[in-house]
Design a protein around this ligand. Structure first.
Ligand code: ZN
Length: 412
């Protein structure tokens, strides 16, 4: 289990953006003999083969072929994106003798933890090379290059009682001590393309601190982007090691609502399934099970009343099954029964999560794909504290528990 967590944290460290996460998953799939498909051509799938396809290089679908004749696919769904600060197109601003880079929050960022962290930048650039050919390249600067410094308490006496954060003015990372800054030349140089001409970029700030074990007995793992690269990694390991027909769908843009050409609300999953199934598409949809994996809120020891005790997932007590009668989660008694039966059969614990009735309920890709495809779905996730913080925390036993259940779910 320790090795599983170590590799999980290495995967997350190497995946500061969805582009990098997809590239990491591609590498693992290639090493296991999965073949890359291109959405711009027709496909000829061979029985016994493993395949994967990407869209925008930020969403990935991988699958074994063919699906089961009676159970279709077990589809493990997860998302590749996490809330963060995204660089604006024209980022350079000047203030108090420094250069700062303007940012736009992506998704529901918990802003407070972004202060006083060593930040780096990663993402994708599009540029013309020295021959005038348009190219794309992934960039990861890796070293600390920016920081959002706090205002000293002497200058903000209410800092500990009533501090709010203005996302336009208060979280602009400090980058350099100079009057002038040529952003385009700097980015191209960092990308190793100093002869090029920058056309566009999608770059994101991230914390350079790596994931680690934490706790007196190393009961916890702590890292950025546990939501939801943890589930991407677990799903990938299941696909690589299972003997059952399976699909993995790791989608971008969940944190901003999933409505895009690469998100779960778009056409990607459906189009891939249509190509696989042909005229048996409807049958395959009715046979298959979607297991939508996205981290769940663990009960916080300092704020226990934010949960109802009877439905409060605890760290290291098993995967949380998410239930919401208003269909913010797609779990039904039927899909939950199958999941619990599987977990009990291999003696892995599960828990149930229901949001307090007087609080709003989050959602995830489960209900979206379930609606789009008409597929039976269960929403599950590893209990997590500090969701959407720059540093999240999960139990060190729960990711492996999810892995074990998913490895066996196709058999029940
Ligand atoms: Zn999530």
């Amino acid at each position: 289990m320790r090795e599983f967590n170590e590799e999980l944290m290495s995967f997350i460290d190497a995946s500061p953006t969805p582009f990098h996460a997809v590239a990491m998953m591609e590498k693992s799939l290639e090493a296991k003999g999965f073949k890359k498909l291109d959405e711009c051509t027709s496909w000829k799938l061979q029985e016994g083969g493993g395949y994967y396809v990407t869209r925008n290089d930020s969403s990935l679908i991988a699958f074994t072929y063919p699906p089961s004749a009676d159970k279709g696919y077990t589809i493990v769904g997860a998302h590749t994106d996490s809330p963060h600060l995204r660089l604006k197109p024209n980022p350079v601003t000047k203030s108090a003798g420094t250069i700062r880079f303007g940012v736009e929050p992506y998704g529901g960022v918990l802003l407070n933890p972004w202060f006083d962290r060593d930040l780096s930048l990663a993402g994708r650039i599009v540029y013309l090379d020295e021959n005038g050919v348009r190219c794309e390249k992934l960039v990861d600067i890796k070293r600390s290059i920016g920081i959002v410094s706090s205002l000293a308490i002497h200058l903000d006496r209410d800092a500990n009682t009533s501090h709010s954060i203005n996302s336009q003015t208060d979280i602009v990372p400090l980058m350099a001590c100079s009057e002038e800054f040529d952003f385009e030349s700097w980015v191209l140089e960092e990308a190793g393309e100093s002869q090029g001409k920058l056309l566009a970029h999608e770059l994101s700030f991230y914390d350079v601190q790596k994931g680690s074990f934490l706790g007196i007995h190393e009961e916890f793992i702590t890292s950025a982007r546990l939501d939801n690269l943890l589930s991407c990694y677990v799903g990938l390991q299941v696909l690589i090691h299972t003997n059952d027909p399976m699909m993995l769908a790791c989608m971008d843009h969940e944190e901003v609502g999933s409505d895009s050409h690469v998100g779960a609300g778009g056409t990607f999953v459906e189009e891939v399934l249509r190509r696989i199934a042909g005229e048996d598409f409807s049958t395959l949809m009715r046979q298959s099970l979607m297991v939508s994996c996205d981290n769940a809120h663990a009960q916080h020891p300092n704020f226990p009343t934010k949960h109802e005790n009877e439905h409060a997932p605890l760290l290291n007590r098993g995967v949380a099954i998410k239930i919401n009668s208003n269909q913010r989660y797609a779990t039904s008694a039927r899909t939950m029964g199958r999941f619990v039966q599987c977990a009990q059969g291999i003696e892995v614990a599960t828990q149930t999560f229901v949001t307090r009735s007087d609080m709003g309920c989050g959602s995830t890709i489960g209900p979206i794909t379930s609606t789009r495809l008409g597929m039976e779905t269960i929403d599950v996730g590893v209990p997590t504290l500090a969701m959407h913080s720059i540093r999240e925390l999960a139990g060190s036993e729960d990711a492996y528990g999810l892995y074990q259940i998913l490895l066996h779910i196709g058999k029940v």
